[in-house]
Structures are given as structure tokens and as C-alpha cells.
Design a protein around this ligand. Structure first.
Ligand code: URA
Length: 474
């Protein structure tokens, strides 16, 4: 029996070097005892020096091994070596989904990926007093596996403009002035308190939708073991207890149809506005838009929902079209999507009163289901007709930066029907002296059923708006 001792937890490079040497020597997997631990040297004397021979493996195996070595299972190194040896004679081994070694490795890989995904979703930063020009944050997280090194680059990309550390019992990641350092040393739980914690709780409570409570699905995505490190988890019991009463209150206050009919009647009585001209002011443009019949959507909406904000705002945010609440109120982003937007603006330090908020399409497109008016995405001709108004708004407001939230806004602003993900999160030229920043629509965040995915996407949305704030500040 040959003993191989890997340092610390044993990372991929270390295992690979040892495994290559064993393979070159033709050592039988059953004759190797893999161990982790400090001090005993890299591996037993019988193993030839690292890199004695290169093993040829399919690419998928490298990816699989990179995940599997992060698992806490002490048998992971032996399992990988067994697969490595078998792959030499069986190139398609990994395609055998029922092979016991492949099944075992895939199970470990899945657990590691899931743990990493949870870390991305459930790390909660607390702000520390600044020690220089960059803001500083710290977080405590308890992963199941050795995923800190694997997951830290995600945070380095996402939070590149701040200094931060993520401490865990499996090691830590520290990001200072753009440099990432990762260690395997277990960290002690720090005592963290953030003065903005109450604000975050308000935010989390406000995005809870009492009409969409699915406790089992929520717990499957956000297992209870994470709750102790999630400040918002303390809200869950109360929010769930209050949900039925809140849903009942929402149902009884559902006065939309009557209100809608009254407004429609009022609109029919209003005199037709004069046609807009190129000498418009924002006020006259808004007045003209009230009578817009450029596309059939005016027939089903309560009223035109025009943009609002200072006439010379440096930042313009463009959404898709008014929703049910906006249609009734006559103002953009005052419903649930508006709350998500407001929270993100607040997190980015952007005062909504100082920006211009509008939509690509100015009338609410929907279909009736009983008493409910369900949103429908505007189609190309509708977007095309409404671009006229949007172009006039941009010309009059002359913003330095335009944020397109969602694919419809992107389409209206650029005519671009490409993938939003390809353009998201970076500045693109829109016109001389004017940039475009593409991000997701807040309603997309509200529709995500998986709380972990929603938290990660919300963080990304906040980061996009933080970029908008930084661009305007620069
Ligand atoms: N969604 C939008 O795109 N705009 C609004 O005003 C409200 C919801």
C-alpha cells in the first residue's frame, strides 16, 4: 500500500501531480491510501516526482475533478484516481451515466456546485468603517465544502469596486485594491454589525409577495441551515403568518375595473390634443401623448403613462410598459416592479427624484382573466410606434446615461433584438456624449421562483445600478 499525503485540504494541482506520478508508475488505485494533512511532505517516498508523465484525459474530466476535489468526502482523491486510471482504457467512461464511479463523482460534483451557488446567493456583506478611499465589507458564511477558492472569483468580478473579505470555517477570501487572496485556514466567526441592516430588512420585507407563498419550494432553495447567517430569515415567520390576511386585503381592495371604466369615460370626453411638433417642451409632449392613438394599445389602457422626472436629468431609466398599478395611477414604476427599482436605486445611492423614469411603451398591454388584467409583452409594431415618444423624451431630457431595463427597452432604444445577457452590465455608446447601460427588468426578479437565484440576480441588478451611479459621479 502506498500512502499519498496531500497538504492542507488538497487542491486540484496537487492531486493531479501526485496522480500523474502514480499513473506513470502503473500503481493500482486499490494500492493507494490518499490522505490530507500538513507536515508529512507531499506524498510517500515511493511516488515518483510530480509531472513524471502526462496523463491524457477528456476535458470533461478536468472540470469534474476541479469540482470533486472541493468536496469534503475523504474518498474523493481515491475516486478521482480510479476514474483517471480507468479513463486510460475507456475514453468514453464519463458518458456511462450508470457506472458506479461516474455516479459517485457526479454526485460530489453536484453537491459542490450547489454549495457554490448557495454561497453566491447567501453571502451577506456588512459594511466596515472605511480605512481609505474604497468601501470595506466583511461577510461570514458556512459552506459545506471547500468552495471558497472556487467561488471567490465570482465575488471579485461582481464587487470589484470595493474591498471585502468572506470568512468561513473552510478558509477565507480577501479582496483588497483589486487583488484577491484565498487561504484554506479556518476563520473564526467575526462579530459583524452593519448600520444599514434595518434598511435591508425593509427591502427584503417589501419584495416578499404574500400571494406567492410556496413554503416547500422556498425551504428547498433556502435550506434552514443557512438561515442563521441570513438577517432576512428572521422575517420569514412573521411574513408567512401575515400572508393570508394580506392576500385577502389585496383581493378586497381590487377596485381596478370600476376605476378603469371611470377613467376611460373621462378620457373619451377630453378634447383631442394638438399634434406634437419638434419645438415641444416635455410638458407639451406629455400633454400630446395623452391622446396618442399611434397603435391599438390606447384602446385597452386606462391612460397614457408618460415618463416623469426633472426635465434635464442626467440619468434616464427606461422600462418596458406600465403595469396594472401604473396604468391606474398614470405614473411609471409605482407598483411592485417600482418597489424593486426603488430599493435598487436606494442601494446605489441614486435619488429617484433626480432621475427621469419612463417606459418604451406608454400604454398598458394586457389580457383580462376574470377581474385580473394580466401583463402581455408589447410586440414589435407597438414598440416601433412608441419609439417616436421615447426618442422625443431623450432629445428633450438629453441624459448623459440611459439605463435600459429589459429586452423591450433595449429594443426600443437601439433596435437591437439580441440577447440581453450579451450587452448587460457595461457601458455602450448610444449617441455622442451619451451611454447606454443594459440591465434586467425588475419584474424578472419578482418572477424568479428560486429565492437563491432571486437574491443573486437582485445583487447583480444592484451592481448594475451602482455602475450607473459611479458613471454619473465620474
Ligand atoms: N414595468 C415597467 O416596465 N414599467 C412600469 O412602469 C411598471 C412596470
Amino acid at each position: 500500500m502506498q500512502t499519498v499525503v496531500l497538504k492542507g485540504r488538497g487542491d486540484l494541482a496537487e492531486w493531479r501531480d501526485a496522480a500523474r506520478a502514480l499513473l506513470a508508475d502503473g500503481v493500482d488505485p486499490a494500492a493507494v491510501d490518499w490522505r490530507c494533512g500538513d507536515g508529512a511532505g507531499l506524498f510517500g517516498a515511493a511516488v515518483p516526482p510530480a509531472g513524471a508523465a502526462g496523463a491524457s484525459v477528456p476535458r470533461g474530466f478536468i472540470e469534474l475533478a476541479a469540482a470533486v476535489v472541493c468536496h469534503r468526502d475523504p474518498g474523493r482523491f481515491a475516486l478521482l484516481y480510479r476514474l483517471l486510471v480507468r479513463l486510460q482504457g475507456q475514453r468514453a467512461l464519463l458518458d456511462l451515466a450508470t457506472d458506479p464511479d461516474v455516479v459517485a463523482a457526479r454526485r460530489l460534483e453536484k453537491a459542490v456546485r450547489r454549495d457554490s451557488h448557495k454561497m453566491k446567493a447567501f453571502v451577506r456583506f456588512n459594511e466596515l468603517p472605511a480605512a481609505g478611499p474604497r468601501r470595506r465589507f466583511a461577510a461570514w458564511f458556512e459552506p459545506d465544502h471547500h468552495i471558497v477558492a472556487r467561488t471567490a472569483p465570482f465575488f471579485a468580478r461582481r464587487f470589484a469596486d470595493m474591498d471585502w473579505m468572506i470568512l468561513t470555517p473552510q478558509g477565507s477570501a480577501v479582496f483588497t485594491d483589486g487583488a484577491l487572496a484565498v487561504t484554506d485556514e479556518p476563520a473564526a466567526r467575526p462579530d459583524l454589525a452593519d448600520p444599514t441592516a434595518a434598511l435591508w430588512l425593509t427591502y427584503y420585507a417589501s419584495i416578499f409577495n404574500p400571494a406567492r407563498v410556496k413554503v416547500k419550494a422556498m425551504q428547498a432553495e433556502m435550506p434552514k441551515k443557512y438561515w442563521k447567517n441570513l438577517p432576512e430569515a428572521g422575517l420569514i415567520a412573521d411574513l408567512l403568518a401575515q400572508a393570508p390576511a394580506r392576500v385577502a386585503a389585496m383581493a378586497t381592495s381590487e377596485a381596478a375595473p370600476a376605476f378603469h371604466a371611470r377613467l376611460q369615460a373621462r378620457r373619451a370626453e377630453a378634447p383631442a390634443p394638438p399634434p406634437p411638433s419638434s419645438a415641444d417642451t416635455l410638458a407639451s409632449l406629455r400633454a400630446a401623448a395623452r391622446g396618442c392613438t399611434r397603435c391599438p394599445l390606447h384602446g385597452q389602457a386606462t391612460q397614457t403613462v408618460f415618463g416623469e422626472g426633472p426635465p434635464r436629468a442626467a440619468l434616464m431609466i427606461v422600462g418596458e410598459q406600465p403595469g396594472d398599478r401604473e396604468d391606474l395611477a398614470g405614473r411609471p414604476f409605482v407598483g411592485p416592479a417600482g418597489q424593486v427599482l426603488d430599493a435598487a436605486l436606494a442601494a446605489a445611492g441614486i435619488d429617484r427624484a433626480g432621475i427621469y423614469v419612463t417606459n418604451a411603451v406608454k400604454h398598458f398591454k394586457h389580457e383580462l382573466r376574470g377581474r385580473r388584467r394580466l401583463h402581455r409583452t408589447p410586440d414589435m409594431p407597438e414598440v416601433e410606434q412608441c419609439r417616436w415618444w421615447l426618442a422625443r423624451e431623450i432629445a428633450l431630457v438629453a441624459p448623459r446615461l440611459v439605463v435600459a431595463m429589459g429586452a423591450t427597452a433595449l429594443l426600443a432604444l437601439t433596435g437591437d433584438r439580441g440577447r440581453l445577457a450579451d450587452r448587460r452590465g457595461r457601458l455602450l455608446p448610444l449617441a455622442p456624449g451619451r451611454d447606454l447601460l443594459v440591465t434586467v427588468h425588475p419584474s424578472y426578479l419578482l418572477r424568479l421562483p428560486d429565492p437563491a437565484a432571486r437574491a443573486a440576480e437582485t445583487a447583480a441588478f444592484h451592481a448594475d445600478l451602482a455602475l450607473a451611479a459611479a458613471t454619473l459621479a465620474a
